[in-house]
Design a protein around this ligand. Sequence first.
Ligand code: IVH
Length: 793
Amino acid sequence: MTDTATSTKNAAERIAELRAELDAHNHRYYVLDEPSIPDAEYDRLFNELKTLEGEHPELVTADSPTQRVGGAALSAFGEVRHEVPMLSLGNAFEDSDLLDFDRRVREGLDLPAGDLFGGGATVAYCCEPKLDGLAVSLLYRDGQLVRGATRGDGSTGEDISSNVRTVRNIPLKLQGSGWPALLEVRGEVFMSKAGFEALNVRQLESGGKTFANPRNAAAGSLRQLDPKITASRPLEFCCYGIGQVQGELPDSQVGILQALKGWGLPISHELKLAEGVEACLDYYRNIGERRQALAYEIDGVVFKVNNLAWQRELGFRAREPRWAIAHKFPASEELTELLDVEFQVGRTGAVTPVARLKPVKVAGVTVSNATLHNMDEVARLGLMIGDTVIIRRAGDVIPQVMAVVAERRPADARSVQIPACCPVCGSQVERTQLVKRSKGKETLSEGAVYRCVGRLACGAQLKQAIIHFVSRRALDIEGLGEKSVEQLVDEGLVRSPADLFTLRFEQIVGLEGFAELSSNNLLAAIAASKRPGLARFIYALGIPDVGEETAKTLARALGSLTRIQQALPEVLTWLPDVGAEVAYEIHNFFGDDHNRTVIAQLLERGLQLQEEGELHAEFAAATTLADFIDKLNIPFIAATGARNLADKAGSFDGVIALSQDWLELSVMKGLNDKAKQSLREFFANPDNVARARAIETQLRDFGMHWESEKKAVAGLPLAGQTWVLTGTLEAMSRDMAKDKLEALGAKVAGSVSAKTSCVVAGPGAGSKLAKASELGVRVLDEAEFLGLLQQFA
Ligand code: IVH
């Protein structure tokens, strides 16, 4: 043999080995949900295969795992004739429809009927969820995937072979042995809820079109002429049946599905065999209760006679099998008409469009209003008054307008206009400005939100502000519900939260719902709320973007209202989960004269904050000199440059001195010329020096000791890493998990970004997990996380 022939033979062997190994891992990961190797190891094997195939293009085959990225784009789909037609299912909506179906089945099979005392023969049914995606046929010849097709009109579909190859859990070749020589598998291609959310986030970011629901997203992704687009979409497959077959298969529906599973095809995790129709109803109710918690959308369940001989005996009526039925859940989407768009004013003055709809029943509840979020959303939907719209209500989620049915737009449809004046107080309505701060520069852009500038002079904002101020998690003033607040404001008795503390008995008694006793009770409740904890008080103020968690962080880290009020925005960004935007909101809130007056009045009128006092060590621990330099936002100096600068200069004074010493600076390593130039210019400006000094002084006042802290964390195993916890953990509380991670030197953040080192995801993890997979961030489940802790114990 020549050298090339030997190397080709070795390559062919290694390629076969790698494919087998990757196929096995794929199957464990996508079909069994039991990943067996870390992603990095998978990537290594995959890259090795890709390199070998690149060196030996003659060895590339269609069933190689590398071929899932999508081949060349088509100009049109070819046609596929279905040898066995792809049928649809009859529907049952009420329990009685299902009982009728079961009766027809038993009569069709001539099985003995029961009497008043029960008895009779029961039929066993194969039960599965009815996935909301699109039906697909996959043809395997000698175990190789040779064709994929859509359902089309049931007799003729489209050839989407290149596209189905990109769906990760569709095996390109069957596993094991014993499969029929020709096997047509049928099932649903769908998108999980998390995959759908992540895709829409990505589409928004890239300016692409977003999808109304997972079903549309799945259909739009699968019917792409360019399979590379399909490959980039989070599609999944689940099989529920077969079409044409040449060869032997088990003689029951469940038996066939289990055989398919054994050959590496994904089947439903919810597959069950039910003895008799009552067991089917139990199955329907059980899945119905868990519907919202499932990872994918379903619109019902499907029951099929399990015995195949019986299926043949029952046969078909028109285009529906007599042996199967879909038992539907109440629809979560309906069509209705948009009668008008009105504008509501919220606590922070945001003027929000609300859709007034022709009442329609959605999933059992009559819907006549839906929020439209903001004017960008109205524009995104292309909404006009008079339009027919798709309304969706999932579980207890508020109804949403998903899309406009463009074909049904009436000639007299009107556009939606934001009012120039507040519908409540008549003040001007302004579009918010978004301020983006990056590396010393501020860029303004138009925000999606419009605000009424009236603030507490606007009745709507005042009412909402007070409702928030007295709410259970804020000052917790019992007996002051929304209706009472509305009265107090409408009667002019309360013009700011501070007015609550000067209310007198004779002002309240006689208001609707206030007799002598309830008036006294309310005054007592107000008096009892005068000693709130600092965190509660900060939360109660209703600072935009400051929820309970941020309020707690501020209170814990800074320990006093005065410090929080005085904190510079840059300093606030040192706190965990406080980004520049929130920091500026906090700073602007306390800088506002009106807010200052209200706070001063509250304190004058007897409000005494509790838990005020010491600074928390946590604040200091978060700080390093490099961090400090980075946060000064000097143009062209990013995290690495900042670190090099900190190492070289050793102290803040050192950095200033170095920046002005051109000779010393020009020979410094780890900083490029542009960065050096920028550094020099930055500190040549006395305003910048003064600002930096003010930040440094405040950090020191707040207890920062950067050098020593840096050393303490540096040696720890997870130093420099940022972790995110999501979902529920069973073995320990989140706080405990956080403590453990921090003790190992990691920072624990509340949201996932490209900088996140690792995400720990327990059951119920949602958008954070989706974001992590989107960004390719490493994810550990609880067991793996505990394993890791053990390793460092
Ligand atoms: S059986 C003859 N099983 O529902 C049997 N269909 O209305 C035909 N579907 O086109 C289909 N989940 O797209 C079957 N477990 C399931 C299903 C299912 C979803 C879809 C499928 C079909 C439509 C029938």
